[in-house]
Design a binder for this molecule. Structure first.
Ligand code: ATP
Ligand code: MG
Length: 151
């Protein structure tokens, strides 16, 4: 298996740019699991992924809902975009019935699915997933991303 890769992200713009870059390698059916504490930048990274996938509309932090679907638009390079389903599993608190009711299997047939707080909860939904772990230092904007495809 490939070694995990690491990147230092000095600003929120760096994190969004990193998301755009990751999205270049994502296809419908890909599952992305984002890990890291509150405010680590999971939603910021998802915003970048959304731009790179070329989804229509803005990505916000889903405060009252658990999953939000974004239709495909056009990728930054002009090629057809890919739909994104953005899940915040924080409020699921490991509730597998509620996870089931989201029907992410169906989404994975046509979309990229990105799950904040998904570690240990959603990996079974796909044969492999991209795990991105974001770490932060106290009192600093600097984030560190460690990522790898896990088969
Ligand atoms: N290098 C950085 N990367 C990402 N976000 C940063 C960075 N520096 C500062 N920030 C700020 O940190 C916050 C990250 O918030 P974000 O909502 O993306 O975190 P989150 O991991 O999704 O949190 P939650 O667990 O609450 O969903 C934003 O306010 C952003 O502007
Ligand atoms: Mg978030």
């Amino acid at each position: 298996m490939a070694e995990p890769q690491q990147r230092v992200l000095e600003t929120v713009e760096d994190t969004e740019a990193f998301g755009r870059e990751l999205a270049g390698g994502l296809r419908p059916g890909d599952l992305v699991v984002l890990d890291g504490p509150l405010g680590a930048g999971k939603t910021a990274l998802t915003r970048g992924i959304a731009v790179g996938l070329g989804v229509a509309g803005r990505v916000s932090s889903p405060t009252f809902i658990i999953a939000r679907a974004h239709r495909a638009g056009v990728r930054p390079d002009g090629t057809p975009g890919v739909a994104l389903v953005h899940v915040d599993a924080y409020r699921l608190a490991g509730d597998l019935d509620e996870l089931d009711s989201l029907d992410l299997d169906t989404d994975l047939q046509h979309a990229v699915v990105v799950v904040e707080w998904g570690k240990g909860v959603v990996e079974h939904l796909a044969d492999r997933h991209l795990r991105v772990q974001l770490a932060r230092e106290p009192e600093s904007d600097v984030r560190t991303a460690i990522w790898e495809w896990i088969e």
